[in-house]
Ligand binder design. Structure first.
Ligand SMILES: Nc1nc(=O)c2c([nH]1)NC[C@@H]1CN(c3ccc(C(=O)N[C@@H](CCC(=O)O)C(=O)O)cc3)C=[N+]21
Length: 301
């Protein structure tokens, strides 16, 4: 937690929190290795989208840095449904792979839902398999051991590791997407977190009215600067999960914008930067899911 000039929000530093998680994981990985289990993470990349290549490369590098085994699988952009499914079956059967992701988005000709559903739920590093989402709905007490959705878990970890207590707080989530908006309330309303949640979306009539009442805003709409300073209660915590990539018309490096107007830092009590906020947390929690899968396997052995 870094305090800045008076009147400016405390920065929720995702790089620092992710480094702390990775330091803890390094020890858990070493303990597993001592028992003869090297946690293995895999990524499946179909096609050669530059942003996807960058993300997959980041996951690989960080996993190796904490002592994990990293397996990178690649298929050409014109891979068939059968080829992708055969690769899924291979990873499901591979005892050295404890968890993996299929990098999204997939090329349009592929049936994404069928591919994601084919992943062994025990190896679902994203925590977004229908079985695991179903368990999340059923598991109000948070006691069933199952992979949790990485980005929502990262949002909560970022707050908790900065000493923010969500108990009884009113969280307004902007966006109903599958990776954040829909699973976020399921985690926030577990008894151990105990927040109250409003979920807003493009059908919401007066977004500003909801935002002004929020103790915590989780902005995951993918709309550049949708959260404005006049919509934020002074002192609120604002987490920026949005990513809007705009190409430079002059052919330079594309620019990334978050869902939160930078001027919100003058009103909010806590703010997650973007980049440097929730993004690095997603990767840290992805690795956590795989280490936990390996720990469950070691406990069974
Ligand atoms: N099956 C699947 N699981 C995913 O988790 C998944 C995916 N597909 N497809 C794409 C999105 C995107 N995503 C990011 C992860 C980390 C950063 C991250 O660490 N960003 C850095 C900046 C990195 C940079 O651009 O230099 C930051 O925010 O500071 C960003 C984006 C995971 N995704």
């Amino acid at each position: 937690m870094t305090s800045t000039d008076s009147g400016r929000a405390t920065i929720l530093d995702g790089r620092a929190a992710s480094a702390a998680i990775k330091a803890e994981l390094t020890e858990r990985v070493a303990a597993l290795k001592a028992k003869g289990v090297t946690p293995g993470i895999a990524t499946v990349l179909v096609g050669a989208d530059p942003a996807s290549q960058l993300y997959v490369g980041m996951k690989h590098k960080q996993s190796v840095a904490i002592g994990m085994n990293s397996i990178q699988k690649e298929l050409p952009a014109d891979a068939t449904q059968e080829q992708v499914e055969a690769l899924i079956d291979e990873l499901n059967a591979d005892p050295t792979c404890h968890g993996y992701i299929v990098q999204l988005p997939l090329p349009k000709h592929l049936d994404t839902d069928a591919i994601l559903e084919r992943i062994d739920p025990a190896k679902d590093a994203d925590g977004l398999h229908p079985t695991n989402l179903g368990r999340l709905v059923l598991n109000v007490s948070g006691t069933i051991e199952t992979p949790l959705p990485c980005t929502p878990r990262g949002v909560i970890e970022l707050l908790v590791r900065n000493g923010y207590d969500l108990n009884g707080k009113h969280v307004v989530v902007v966006g109903r997407g599958v990776t954040i908006g829909r699973p976020m309330p399921l985690l926030l309303t577990r008894r151990e977190i105990n927040a109250t949640v409003t979920i807003t979306h493009t059908g919401t009539q007066d977004l500003s009215e909801h935002l002004r009442r929020a103790d915590v805003i989780v902005a995951a709409a993918g709309v550049k600067h949708i959260v404005k300073p006049e919509d934020v209660k002074p002192g609120a915590a604002v987490l920026d999960v949005g990513v809007t990539r705009e190409d430079d018309p002059n052919g330079g490096r594309s620019k990334v914008y978050g869902d939160v107007d930078p001027r919100v830092a003058d009103v909010a009590g806590y703010i997650s930067p973007n980049p440097g906020g929730v993004g690095p947390m997603t990767v840290a929690l992805l690795m956590t899911n795989v280490v936990e899968a390996a720990e469950r396997e070691a406990a069974r052995a």
